[in-house]
Design a protein. Sequence first.
Length: 392
Amino acid sequence: MRRLAIVLSLLLLTAALPAAADAKVRKGPRGLAFYTPPKPLPAGKHGALIWARRLTGPAALRGGAGNRLLLYRSTSATGKAVAVSGTLTVPKGKAPKGGWPVISWAHGTTGIADQCAPSRDGKATLVNYAYPLLQRWLKAGYAVVRTDYEGLGTPGAHPYLIGRSEGHSVLDAVRAARKADPRLGRRVVLAGHSQGGQAVLWAASLAPRYTPDLKLRGTVALAPVSHLAEQSTAVTALRSPSGLTGLVAMIVRGVDIARPSVGVPGMLSDRAAALYPQTLTACLGPLTSASSFGGLAPADLFRQGADLNPLVGALGKLDDPEDLKIRTPVQVQQGTADQTVFKLFTDPLVEEYKKRGIKVTYKTYEGVSHAGAVTDARSAADATKYIRARLR
């Protein structure tokens, strides 16, 4: 009986270990105060958890054992320490040996303003198209970590499509999540759509040096943004009002945030300059509407005779993923009917990766739109199959 009592005591102690580690996590304040970090930032390395709290409401994923809102240290577009927010959802049941495998999800374009952060979206309308796929992965036994990216929800401006900043946020979210819940393992797959597709390609490139403690097994890039320098030049030839103007406005704002020396404001036309402040206050939908940049032709975004070479050069260095070196396998998925991220540009991205010796698989889907890269049954199944194979 004495031996049985000792064994039972040890089992109970072992079962309590995750809760004990979890108890050391500082609880974050309620409401929007959660997103404002203490000053100065608590000491620690990038990926250190600042605080966490329970997450409920539209931003939470269903089907797991609970959702948590995280605030963690990361590295900004300019190389400084910065606080970034994100979320963690763990599967139901007991974690396997080695801990829950992790999928770090990078979301598509929502905007630059703080209210556009997925974890702050009161109705989750900007990102909920991805929820069925994320919940599918959760049900399959993978912990799902979602970053908001630098400056979305937290102090400072969001450097939209600045790859290094996004990559840091995606990777550090996993480090922070592992501190919030010690049941998470080191095996990681990166997955993202559109802006997020570009973000995970950057993260995959940065991972060997930036987060060598994580075991990155692969990357799924769904309709990833690429060749921005070329696309921006081509788009500015369009002379009819288009929602694309709103996207280009956010792209140049991202460069303006990361490299003010480029002088973006001086390149804008008078009409575009009057609308430019909206890039910091409105989300994607309003910015692309006819009452905002959607009522402006891309050709009218810049003043006549403006020298765009500094902007194009910055786009190539800060945003474009085609010149990256990636050591781990990549799967790229693209719809042929995508009118936001065109297959015309994704095809050469894949070809360039093959020339660089990157182990890349390319899947295309006839008639599939931009959002369809996530929602189409064929694309979702292929992404899930790839993740399952990489996280065995």
